[in-house]
Ligand binder design. Structure first.
Ligand SMILES: Cc1cc2nc3c(=O)[nH]c(=O)nc-3n(C[C@H](O)[C@H](O)[C@H](O)COP(=O)(O)O)c2cc1C
Length: 177
């Protein structure tokens, strides 16, 4: 049987980067949150996605804003990952940010920032999948990424097991292996 704890732990074994999503609500308020669901999707056309939870207070803004940003955090930006993972408003006001060409807020010193136009929104269980058409890219190549693995932030140099591969725990996910 598939149990939630095993599923969470299995998802957690997929190491990801960390991005901060930014968007502007209709009344001009800036919203932002830390995600590890950001992903590239297509080069032609240039598409990316991220998955906002349907329970977010600002889910309507994330789903309907014409533009959103995704700023990929570097290894030295854990403080920003923590800030944007907290519940609350005015997150952008408390940090150094700039406004991009499309009006979205961007994290200064991010490894890369994407300014995206909302391309499609799909319902997906307890989350939405928001696809964005990348309109502007800001790139900074000279820093390491912030990595998220097994519920913890890490940098590329760290290894939980001294580099050894851990014996994996098999979990039956219900489709035959
Ligand atoms: C590492 C990490 C990854 C996260 N990824 C997502 C995500 O992909 N989608 C999501 O909806 N929330 C994600 N969250 C939770 C949101 O950051 C959090 O619910 C949000 O910032 C709450 O703020 P708000 O109340 O202002 O909306 C993640 C949190 C952390 C710490």
């Amino acid at each position: 049987m598939l149990d939630h704890q095993s599923l969470r732990r299995a998802f957690g074994n997929y190491a990801t980067g960390i991005a901060v999503i930014g968007a502007r609500s209709e009344d001009g308020t800036l919203v932002g949150m830390t995600v590890n669901s950001f992903s590239s999707v297509s080069l032609e056309p240039p598409l990316v996605l991220y998955c906002p939870a349907r329970t977010l207070r600002a889910v309507e803004t994330y789903a309907s804003a014409r533009f959103f940003s995704a700023s990929v955090l570097g290894a030295g930006q854990k403080r920003l990952a923590d800030l944007f993972a907290r519940q609350g408003e005015s997150k952008w006001e408390s940090i150094g940010h700039r406004i991009g060409e499309t009006g979205v807020p961007l994290i200064a010193e991010a490894l890369a920032s994407f300014e995206c136009e909302n391309h499609a929104v799909h319902e997906a269980g307890d989350h939405l999948v928001v696809l964005g058409h990348v309109r502007v890219v800001h790139l900074r190549e000279s820093a390491d990424p912030l990595v998220f693995f097994r519920s913890r932030y890490r940098s590329l140099a760290q290894s939980e097991h001294g580099g050894d591969l851990e014996t994996s725990q098999a979990v039956h996910l219900g489709w035959g292996f």
